[in-house]
Design a protein around this ligand. Structure first.
Ligand code: ADP
Ligand code: MG
Length: 293
């Protein structure tokens, strides 16, 4: 009777947009007490757009955005796509870059018309010995407090400016968060994004626990540590950067809208990237396990 009930459960899940890869998931999901969620692409739409272009003194908006877009053309990151689209929307000429290099969870670099251009988070520029303007840092802080992701741009050792990027919260997210709280699950948001941006999003959604500026390895270690404390952990994410954490969780949950690597690393895939699928999966697990017992 056991395999039959599991098959029925898996079939029901599939009809409701919850793709269950492995029977074990249906058994474990019932015991989950902690759910970790990635921010970008999981809580948010993951379709970010450039909202502000803020050049440093001596640089124009067009120069700032076209140089950044030149480098980001070679990146698959959702922020990169936003920068390239931002340049196209403003009908800028985007030069070709070579010597592309990417630091996961940090940023990208490339050579554009002989200039070495860096695009990424603040710490990425700092670790490349770029001096940052305190004026721009103030702008950055206030934009982050509005939930914006801020991307820093430099060329040849000098900061060229900031790009502010907005990624709206998915319509389905507030309801999903409320239900997860009602179910008594402990909820933690992890993000590679900056502290102030993370705080703004967490506050808006009523998430008490979050950690910002985390690398893919940090996400993985966070999951491991909770499991060592005896928690049963589901981790929901969409990106390549989430894959190690998804694989380390008791149940990995990938957004169907996310990267293939995330989907391959997860036991559950949510069609359309609707986080409410986690609640369906939990209910399905309970029903299935009751059937078996
Ligand atoms: P998240 O956990 O929010 O999905 P990531 O770990 O992918 O984010 O990236 C963390 C941070 O590194 C981003 O918020 C961004 O500031 C920076 N970053 C990473 N890749 C890029 C890129 N291609 N262009 C600009 N910034 C990037
Ligand atoms: Mg993500």
């Amino acid at each position: 009777a056991t395999p039959m009930s599991i098959m029925v459960g898996v079939g029901r899940g599939a009809r409701e947009g919850v793709l269950i890869k492995d029977a074990q998931v249906l058994e474990t999901m019932e015991k989950v007490d902690t759910i970790i969620v990635d921010k970008t692409g999981t809580l948010t739409e993951g379709r970010p757009r450039v909202t502000e272009v803020i050049p440093a003194e001596g640089t124009s908006e067009a120069e700032l955005l076209s140089l950044a877009a030149a480098v980001e053309q070679s990146s698959e990151h959702p922020l990169a796509r936003a920068v390239v689209e931002g340049a196209k929307d403003r009908e800028l000429d985007v030069p070709v870059a070579d010597g592309f290099n990417s630091t996961t969870g940090g940023g990208v670099e490339g050579t554009v018309e002989g200039r070495r251009v860096l695009v990424g988070k603040r710490g990425f520029l700092v670790s490349n010995d770029i001096k940052l303007s305190s004026d721009l840092d103030e702008r950055s802080q206030s934009l982050q407090e509005q939930g914006r992701t801020v991307v820093f741009v430099a060329a040849e050792g000098r900061q060229l400016g900031l790009l502010a990027i907005s990624d709206p919260i998915k319509q389905s997210t507030p309801h999903a968060i409320r239900r997860l709280h009602e179910l008594g699950l402990e909820l933690v948001m992890l993000t590679g994004d900056a502290e102030a941006t993370a705080r703004a999003v967490a506050n808006e959604l009523g998430i008490d626990e979050y950690s910002a500026g985390v690398s893919p390895e940090d996400k993985h270690d966070y999951v491991r540590k909770l499991r060592e404390q005896g928690k049963v952990v589901a981790m929901a994410g969409d990106g390549i950067n989430d894959a190690p954490a998804l694989a380390a969780a008791d149940v990995g949950v990938a957004m169907g809208t996310g990267s293939d690597v995330a989907i391959e690393s997860a036991g559950v895939t949510l069609v359309g990237g609707d986080l409410r699928g986690v609640i369906k999966a939990a209910a399905l697990s309970r029903a299935t396990m009751q059937n078996i017992r």
